[in-house]
Design a protein around this ligand. Structure first.
Ligand code: 5AD
Ligand code: SF4
Length: 446
């Protein structure tokens, strides 16, 4: 039995792609393994968004080269595949830099993985052309696992923020049709999935073919999905403020299955920096969107992405980011030091912010965001929340699930509750998870 090891870096889109590549390999007769030493095929699904992410790939490939040589000594072949955004950005360069690599395949080409593996027996191969056919039409059926699943509905980005490689690695915005998405979601729900997170680089820019041939936007898609019997929860990520249209904001108050959680990257609180970043909105617009979402969904939990140390960012401009965070209040967030990415407009800009200043700003921002996260988690203590049970918990007799705000909860209940919503009274907030006890419906209502 041949074995395949698939490792994914970076965002949820990559996690989805990695799962689909695993499906392709399974259909080819490979068994998944988590032990890289025993794998006949190793797939690294790479991320190019920040410098560190891309560097990790080359150090991993160095280790794999040693492993491949050791396996060859005992007569075992190892095929090494580099997939994902580093593959797309660097293409044949990877073959030059990493001699152990057999296949380089971009995010739009992995439906051809079987063919590429076969061809690599003769010659090392690179496939990073944007294909004319839709990869989703050429992938084997999804093997579902678990209660909560990602579903790619849109890929690519047309926004061209000055710091970002995505428009180059993932290409232009493309949306799948409502019918294709509903079919995939229906199959997932039949397989036991109860929560679906719609993913895309710019998911709220979704515009796919609708049922009547007209173009459908994200609210239309969400309404189509909420009608699938058995779906309990819907989420979507990640979004751009300029695509938070009025009907999408309204949907947050109208679609009960749409969870009260919004990840809306803002990057900076300074209008000068936002303009330089080519975000095409100002801080006030962001505040206004948040206020409108809160008006229709007062319990919404907010999340965002931030970049500190963008070229030319002054202390005063950074303070504006801190002020925006203090004003809005986030339940969770991702924050990064700016790192120049080759090929992006900002990569060559003058006035870089010194590393120590970046570090200081990042520490200050993360300190504030951590405080907000802890306060948000602590506020759950004493409340009763609906938990979607996903799996057995850390200890026997426990199960683990998530609140509508995406917080992990552990509590005592039989594993027969997996896949159901259970009202849980939160008794304690740990550093990574909440702890609670199941309450009867009657108690929850009291
Ligand atoms: N440097 C630092 N952070 C970046 N991001 C994207 N590109 C860069 C970069 N060059 C961050 C943004 C984006 C998130 C996915 O990654 O905050 O929203
Ligand atoms: Fe990158 Fe900006 Fe597109 Fe997001 S919106 S993927 S940050 S270019």
């Amino acid at each position: 039995m041949k074995k395949a090891f698939v490792k994914s870096y970076g965002c949820q889109m990559n996690a989805y792609d990695a799962a689909r590549m695993a499906d392709v390999l399974t259909a080819e007769g490979y068994t998944p393994t988590e032990v890289v030493e025993e794998a006949d095929v190793v797939v690294l699904n790479t991320c190019h968004i920040r410098e560190k992410a891309a560097d990790k790939v080359y150090s991993e490939l160095g280790r794999l080269r040693v492993l491949k040589a050791a396996r060859a000594e005992v007569g075992q072949d190892t095929t090494i595949v580099v997939a994902g955004c580093v593959a797309q950005a660097e293409g044949a360069e990877i073959l030059a830099r990493a001699p152990a690599v057999d296949v380089v395949v971009g995010p739009q080409n992995y439906h051809r993985l079987t063919d590429l593996l076969a061809r690599s027996r003769v010659k090392r191969v690179v496939d990073t052309e944007f294909p004319v056919e839709d990869k989703f039409d050429h992938l084997p059926a999804r093997r579902t696992q678990g209660v909560s699943a990602f579903l790619t509905v849109q890929e690519g980005c047309d926004k061209f923020c000055a710091f970002c490689v995505v428009p180059y690695t993932r290409g232009a915005e493309v949306s799948r049709s409502v019918a294709a998405i509903v079919a995939e979601a229906t199959a997932l729900v039949r397989g036991g999935v109860r929560e679906i997170t719609l993913i895309g680089q710019n998911v709220n820019a979704y515009h796919g073919h609708g049922a009547d041939g007209a173009s459908a936007n994200l609210p239309v898609l969400l309404r189509a999905l909420q009608d699938i019997p058995g779906i309990l929860r819907l989420r979507y990520t990640t979004s751009h403020p300029n695509d938070m249209a009025a009907d999408l904001i309204a949907a947050h108050g109208e679609i009960p299955a749409l969870m009260p959680y919004l990840h809306l990257p803002v990057q900076s609180g300074s209008d000068r920096v936002l303009k330089a970043m080519n975000r095409k909105h100002d801080a006030e617009t962001y505040r206004d969107i948040i206020a409108r979402v809160r008006a229709v969904r007062p319990d919404v939990a907010l999340s965002s992405d931030f970049i500190v140390g963008f070229p030319g960012e002054t202390d005063a401009e950074f303070d504006e980011t801190m002020r925006l965070v203090a004003e809005i209040g986030f339940a969770s967030a991702y924050s990064f030091k700016y790192s120049p990415r080759p090929g992006t407009p900002a990569a060559d800009w003058a006035d870089p912010v010194p590393e120590d200043v970046k570090s200081r700003r990042l520490a200050a921002l993360q300190g504030l965001l951590d405080d907000q996260r802890h306060a948000f988690n602590a506020a759950a203590v004493g409340t009763v929340v609906e938990v979607l049970v996903e799996k057995a918990g850390r200890h026997p007799g426990q199960v683990a699930g998530k609140t509508p705000h995406l917080l992990p909860v552990q509590f005592d209940a039989p594993t027969s509750t997996i896949g159901t919503l259970v009202p849980v009274r939160i008794v304690r907030a740990g550093s990574n998870s909440l702890f609670g006890e199941a309450v009867s419906d009657a108690a929850a209502a009291a």
